[in-house]
Design a protein around this ligand. Sequence first.
Ligand SMILES: NC(=O)c1ccc[n+]([C@@H]2O[C@H](COP(=O)([O-])OP(=O)(O)OC[C@H]3O[C@@H](n4cnc5c(N)ncnc54)[C@H](OP(=O)(O)O)[C@@H]3O)[C@@H](O)[C@H]2O)c1
Length: 289
Amino acid sequence: MEVLIIGGSGQIGQELCRLLESHQISFRAPARHELDIEDHRNVARLIEKWQPDVVVNTAGYRAAGKAQKEPSRCFSYNRDAVSNLADTCHKVGAALVQISSWRVFDGSKVDAYTEKDTPNPEGVLGNSFWQGEQQIHQRCPRHIILRLSWIISHLGRNRATKLLDNFSYPEAERALQTHINHRGCPTTAEDVARVLLAITQQIGCNTECWGTYHYSAAEPTDEFTLAEVIFAEASQFQDIPNERLHEDESEKAINACLDGRNLRNTFGIMPRPWRSAVARLVRNYFEEP
Ligand SMILES: NC(=O)c1ccc[n+]([C@@H]2O[C@H](COP(=O)([O-])OP(=O)(O)OC[C@H]3O[C@@H](n4cnc5c(N)ncnc54)[C@H](OP(=O)(O)O)[C@@H]3O)[C@@H](O)[C@H]2O)c1
């Protein structure tokens, strides 16, 4: 089996490359200058040349605030590039595994979202993910769309590193505002890579379970509790004044929790708790240069 990873230098991509290597699964992870998803002709040319069995696309636009200011860029990534990928994968007979997001929902549901819930995205980013998903449905029947909740990692920019960066610069004395009514399932990039590996292996075994799935780590939480847990771990490495962390209830409630039961029942992939992974994440953050 030959796997093509797009976005191999990202938070999820790096972890996936590491796992595929340790499982001795043959893969390519071209850098952006070699394969730019916005360059449709080159993407099609390279995929036709390389003939992968599975294409995993982890490259995507993910900054919600910025997306409102540059919608065409966001749609170019999450809809147009994805629709080109779907066409190309279908043409060469490759399966497409595409990362999507809880943002296809409006976040107003009380319980975790299931695949049966109707998307109702708010804002440019959510709409771009949802339109990208629809393009895949229309163009490439052999696909897996994997919707994720909050991604955390010791690498890159995410909820965990934003907090840790702030703790690490005590001169930034302002309090850290975290929203107690924003709920999600913090899922490490490493855990997402484990899920992508399991899906890829099953595609390699000719499992025909195409469609959209949700994955998120076990134990939904809120932004404030996540910050407290990270805070407690980080205090082993650095002195952090307690008063830095503040709960903010002023914003409207948002639920980013996803129900992964369908993935568990179909692929046998069990969710892992995020709390135990945070200790390692924080240690890696402080110990890896
Ligand atoms: N973070 C979250 O909370 C969250 C939640 C749900 C879903 N997601 C989605 O999950 C996916 C992966 O997230 P991530 O956190 O791993 O992202 P990331 O760390 O930002 O990595 C993105 C990767 O895509 C590459 N890339 C960017 N533009 C490209 C282009 N034009 N052509 C080819 N490659 C390009 C980047 O390469 P460079 O290194 O060259 O920039 C990088 O390797 C994204 O689609 C994101 O929207 C994220």
